[in-house]
Ligand binder design. Structure first.
Ligand SMILES: [Fe+2]
Ligand SMILES: [Fe+2]
Length: 164
C-alpha cells in the first residue's frame, strides 16, 4: 500500500524568496509540481513525477547556463550538487516506471529536506553573484559590459554556500 506524502513539508514561503523574478518563478513552479505530485496516487503520481524531473532538468540547465555566462566553470560545486540530485531523481523515475512507485514518496521527502537548503544557500549565492556581475536572468544578458572572468573566483559563486 502506498503511503501518502505530506505535501505540507515543502511549501512556498517568504524565506525562499530570492528577489530574482526568473529564479523565484522557477522555484514556485517546482514547489507547485512537487505538491501536485505528492497529492496524487499511482499512475497519476508517476506522470506528475516524470513532469517534476523534466522541470528540474530545465531548472538546473537554466542556472547552469547563467553560471557559465557569468564565468563560473562546470567544476563549481553548484553544478555537482545539481548533478547528484538529478541522478537520484532519474533513477527513481526509471525504477518507478518499472513498478517501484513507492520510491516516489521517499524521493519527495528527501527533496523537501534538500530544496530549501539549496535555494537559500547555493541559489541565493548565485543570485547575489549574478546581480553583482550585472547579469539579467530574464534576458540572459549583461546590463553593462560583461565582467572579466578572471575577477570571479569559484568561492564567490558559491556565495553563502561557499563550502563545497
Ligand atoms: Fe534553483
Ligand atoms: Fe541550484
Amino acid at each position: 500500500m502506498q503511503t501518502q506524502t505530506d505535501i505540507t513539508q515543502l511549501q512556498w514561503s517568504d524565506a525562499l524568496f530570492l528577489n530574482d523574478a526568473k529564479t523565484d518563478l522557477t522555484h514556485q513552479e517546482f514547489i507547485d509540481l512537487y505538491q501536485q505530485t505528492g497529492a496524487a496516487q499511482g499512475a497519476a503520481q508517476l506522470d506528475l513525477y516524470v513532469e517534476l524531473v523534466a522541470h528540474t532538468v530545465e531548472h538546473f540547465d537554466q542556472e547552469e547556463r547563467w553560471m557559465l555566462a557569468a564565468g563560473l566553470n562546470a567544476g563549481h560545486c553548484h553544478f555537482s550538487e545539481h548533478r547528484n540530485v538529478l541522478e537520484v531523481m532519474k533513477e527513481v523515475e526509471r525504477r518507478a516506471q518499472q513498478g517501484d512507485i513507492h520510491l516516489i514518496p521517499n524521493m519527495l521527502e528527501a527533496l523537501a529536506e534538500w530544496f530549501p537548503m539549496h535555494a537559500t544557500s547555493m541559489d541565493a549565492g548565485l543570485v547575489a553573484f549574478l546581480q553583482t556581475a550585472g547579469y539579467d536572468t530574464s534576458t540572459e544578458t549583461f546590463k553593462g559590459p560583461p565582467p572579466k572572468i578572471e575577477l570571479m573566483s569559484t568561492e564567490q559563486g558559491c556565495g553563502t554556500a561557499g563550502h563545497c
